[in-house]
Design a protein around this ligand. Structure first.
Ligand code: FAD
Length: 399
């Protein structure tokens, strides 16, 4: 391939372009992004950038020095694989190899669109619109007690806002973690002075208020909607690229799509995990760092006899919420046993998920060492001694 075009200039797109150069690709690399801003990192948007402790979070990458052509403020709106062309508002862009890295977009709250004071939190522009809300210490209502909701609520409390979090499920993070693990997290909200309303649904949003289905009316100087994200792939409809149940690009173990010479990586794509025996759609930063290395290796290796690189990571992510550092590695769905290390009402504890005495996933709250050691044990599939594992005073290791 002489000309690689990467569409989407977020973490996955930028890392793909950089990895191509690191792995010796000397053809043309063009990185096309819809946003007008210099490519930036998203995790700080709900943390330092939101609080005004950091001006921005632009990636520290010398695009010019690396010979990466950056095309910003340009949205792809179609793909014609037979012609090897990408369509954009400013005309078609030819490619030899195309990498889809358009990420995800937040799910909107029905009926709330266009109501003044309703916010999402995905982009730098979103974070900049939310900064004055914190500075002016508005009363805020957060819809959704997921990762983004928890992090925004943390920042808003730190800024001195009164915060109410509305959650349809019976507890925070209901979509991500089993009940016994996420139930203790409800106390984090209360301890931070947040009014967490579970089993609560938004009936409607009005200027200045959120009305719940039980009739209660919550005053809201601002409303932040954090009810999930879905792959930004609407523009691929009709292109022939296979999309999955969540509208994600369905990639294979080498991160190739159903269409020749087109790869997909990051929040927009799912891949088959051999390790876990199921297809994974991961919406976390580490996946947008690791996946691109596989994509670049397969683009660079295509001209050689090297076997294709397989993407089979142990997923990893972190979250900073309510003064706690929460980390997770692995995938717990298939686990047959759960073990606790420490007391979940205390400041530091971990949960280990086992399958046939092998660690398959781990959640660590304020126990970064458990995470580091556990991630290695998951990777290696080492048999564990459950009795020793449950002793938080012992390092996590095979016995
Ligand atoms: P994105 O970052 O979404 O980038 C995709 C880019 O493609 C966007 O800039 C978009 O504008 C562009 N694009 C979309 N459609 C088109 C198109 N048609 N044409 C051209 N360009 C297009 N993960 C963690 O593990 N830990 C955290 O603490 C954490 N915090 C987060 C906090 C926030 C506020 C957010 C929003 C996410 C956070 N994440 C965190 C998740 C992490 O940031 C994402 O997993 C990561 O950004 C995914 O990278 P990506 O490049 O696949 O997608």
């Amino acid at each position: 391939a002489r000309r690689v075009v990467v569409v989407g200039a977020g973490m996955a797109g930028v890392q793909t372009a950089v990895a191509l150069r690191e792995q010796g690709f000397d053809g043309t690399v063009t990185l096309i992004g819809a946003e007008p801003h210099q490519p930036y990192d998203r995790p700080p948007l709900s943390k330092a950038v939101l609080l005004g402790n950091a001006e921005g979070s632009a990636f520290d990458v010398d695009f010019e020095g690396l010979g990466i052509e950056l095309v910003l403020g340009r949205e792809a709106d179609g793909l014609r694989p037979a012609d090897h062309e990408l369509d954009t508002g400013a005309g078609p862009v030819p490619y030899d190899v195309l990498v889809l890295a358009t990420g995800a977009e937040p799910i909107r709250l029905p009926g709330a669109e266009g109501v003044p004071g309703v916010h999402l939190l995905r982009t730098l522009d979103d974070a900049e619109r939310l900064r004055p809300v914190l500075v002016r210490q508005h009363d805020v209502v957060v819809v959704g007690a997921g990762w983004i909701g928890a992090e925004f609520a943390t920042a808003a409390r730190e800024a001195g806002c009164a915060v109410t979090v509305v959650e349809a499920a019976d507890r925070p993070l209901a979509g991500a973690l089993p009940a016994e693990v996420s139930a203790p997290m409800a106390a984090w909200y209360a301890d931070s002075g947040i009014d967490l309303r579970t089993h609560a649904r938004v009936e409607r949003v009005e200027p200045g208020a959120v009305v719940l289905d039980d009739g209660s009316r919550l005053p809201a100087g601002a409303v932040v909607v954090g009810i999930g994200a879905r792959p930004a792939t609407a523009w691929l409809a009709g292109s022939g690229v296979t999309l999955g149940a969540h509208r994600e690009v369905v990639a294979d173990a080498h991160l190739r799509t159903s269409v020749p010479d087109v790869y997909a990586v990051g929040d927009c794509a799912s891949f088959p995990s051999r390790r876990y025996g199921e297809r994974l759609l991961v919406h976390h930063w580490d996946n947008a760092l690791q996946g691109p290395r596989t994509v670049a290796a397969n683009i660079v290796g295509a001209a050689t006899d090297e076997p294709l690189a397989v993407y089979d990571p142990v997923p990893y992510f972190w979250s900073e919420q309510f003064g706690r550092f929460v980390q997770y590695a692995g995938h717990h769905v298939d686990a047959d046993r759960v073990l606790w290390r420490g007391d979940p009402s205390g400041p530091a504890w971990s949960v280990c998920w086992l399958r046939e005495d092998r660690l398959v996933a781990l959640l660590a709250v304020g126990r970064a060492r458990d995470l580091a050691q556990g991630k290695r044990l998951i990777q290696a599939g080492t048999p564990m001694n459950p009795r020793l594992l449950a002793d938080p005073a012992r390092p996590l290791k095979a016995a």
